[in-house]
Design a protein around this ligand. Structure first.
Ligand code: TRP
Length: 335
C-alpha cells in the first residue's frame, strides 16, 4: 500500500490496565518502528464486546488505553493511533473473512477454548469468530509485521492462512503478515505463579504489576512475589520466581543477569525485591505523570482519535475496494 514503507499493525483491547509485561515486552519498543515503518496502533473496542462490558467503563478505558499508548512514547504525529469502531472496514472485512475461515480452524483456537470456559454463560458467535475480525484488522492495512505476545501467535498463523487462502482463490489481494515477537525481553511472568505469563486479566491483583499502579502498591506486590525457599539471588533450577524478578530488573536497568547476581551477592530476597520494586516504580513514574496529564484532556484524545480514524479509513478503503471487486460485489459509481 505504501511503496516507501512497510506496515506495522498492532491492537490492544481496552480491558484492564496494561501490565509491566505489556510495557517491557511490547509498547516500550513500539516507538522504534516508526522510523522505518508505517505504524498503526488500534484500540480494539469491537473485540472487547465478545465478553460483556459495562458501557461507561468501556468508554472510559478506550480513552485511557489511547492515553496510555501515547504516554508510553507513541507519538500520534508519527503513528496512526485510532479506535477500531471508528473505521467501519474492520467489521465489514471481518464478515467477509468469516466466510473464508473454517469452523474447524476456529474450534482449534486455544484462546477461544479458554475464554469459553471462563464465560460459560456467554459463548457467543463473536467470541468464536474473534480471530477473523483480528485477521481483518491486520489485512485491511496490508500489514507486513504484527508485534504481539506469544499468546497471539496462533491467531496470527490463522491470519496468514486466511490471507493465503483468499489470495489463492482471487489472486494477490492481501500481504501475508509475519508475527514480530520480541526476543530481547524475556517473558514477564506472574508474581504469584512464576511459571505462568503475567496477564492483565489475572484475577489475583498481587500477580500483576500494572503500568498505572502507585509506587506503594508496586513495592508491596514485589515484596509479596512468590519465590523459592532458598536465599541466593542466582539463576537456577526451581528458582522461577527469582529469575522472573531478575528479568524485570534487567529490563528496567539494562543490566545483565551476571551483573545482577554480582550486585546482590550476599544480600537477601527482601533486599532484592525492594530494589526491583523501587526501580520499577521509578521507571514508571514519568509514564504515569504523562498519562495523568493526557487522560484529563479528552478534547486532545478525541482529536487524536479523529485524525487517526480519518487516516486509517482512507487506507482501509483501498483494500476494501479491491476486496469488493475481487468478490464480485457491485461497486456503485459516485453520482
Ligand atoms: N487479540 C489481541 C489480544 O488480545 C488484540 C488484537 C486485536 C490484535 N486485533 C489485533 C493484536 C491485531 C494484533 C493485531 O491481545
Amino acid at each position: 500500500m505504501y511503496k516507501d514503507k512497510k506496515v506495522v499493525f498492532s491492537g490492544v483491547q481496552p480491558s484492564g490496565v496494561l501490565t509491566i509485561g505489556n510495557y517491557l515486552g511490547a509498547i516500550r519498543n513500539f516507538s522504534e518502528f516508526s522510523e522505518n515503518y508505517h505504524c498503526y496502533y488500534c484500540v480494539v473496542d469491537e473485540h472487547a464486546i465478545t465478553v460483556r462490558q459495562v458501557p461507561a467503563d468501556l468508554r472510559k478505558r478506550t480513552y485511557e488505553t489511547l492515553a496510555l499508548y501515547i504516554a508510553c512514547g507513541l507519538d500520534p504525529e508519527k503513528n496512526t493511533l485510532f479506535v477500531q469502531s471508528h473505521v467501519s472496514g474492520h467489521a465489514e472485512l471481518g464478515w467477509i473473512l468469516d466466510c473464508y475461515t473454517m469452523f474447524g480452524e476456529l474450534s482449534r483456537m486455544t484462546q477461544f477454548k479458554d475464554k469459553s470456559a471462563k464465560n460459560a454463560d456467554n459463548i457467543n458467535a463473536g467470541l468464536f469468530t474473534y480471530p477473523s475480525l483480528m485477521a481483518a484488522d491486520i489485512l485491511l492495512y496490508q500489514t507486513e509485521l504484527v508485534p504481539v505476545g506469544v499468546d497471539q501467535k496462533q491467531h496470527l498463523e490463522l491470519t496468514r492462512d486466511i490471507a493465503t487462502r483468499f489470495n489463492q482463490i482471487y489472486g494477490d489481494t492481501f500481504v501475508v503478515p509475519e508475527p514480530f515477537i520480541p526476543k530481547t525481553t524475556a517473558k514477564i511472568m506472574s508474581l504469584a505463579e512464576p511459571t505462568k505469563k503475567m496477564s492483565k486479566s489475572d484475577e489475583n491483583e498481587n500477580a500483576v504489576v500494572r503500568i498505572l499502579d502507585p509506587k506503594d502498591a508496586i513495592i508491596r506486590k514485589f515484596k509479596r512475589a512468590v519465590t523459592d525457599s532458598g536465599c541466593e539471588i542466582k539463576r537456577g533450577e526451581g528458582k522461577d520466581g527469582i529469575m522472573n524478578l531478575m528479568s524485570i530488573y534487567s529490563a528496567f536497568t539494562g543490566k545483565t543477569e551476571d551483573e545482577i547476581e554480582a550486585e546482590f551477592e550476599g544480600k537477601g530476597y527482601g533486599d532484592f525485591k525492594l530494589a526491583v520494586g523501587e526501580t520499577c516504580a521509578d521507571a514508571l513514574a514519568p509514564v504515569q505523570a504523562e498519562f495523568a496529564r493526557l487522560a484529563a484532556d479528552k478534547a486532545y484524545l478525541e482529536d487524536v482519535m479523529a485524525k487517526g480514524a480519518e487516516a486509517a479509513a482512507r487506507d482501509a478503503a483501498r483494500t476494501m475496494s479491491k476486496v469488493r471487486r475481487k468478490l464480485g460485489f457491485i461497486e456503485l459509481k459516485r453520482r
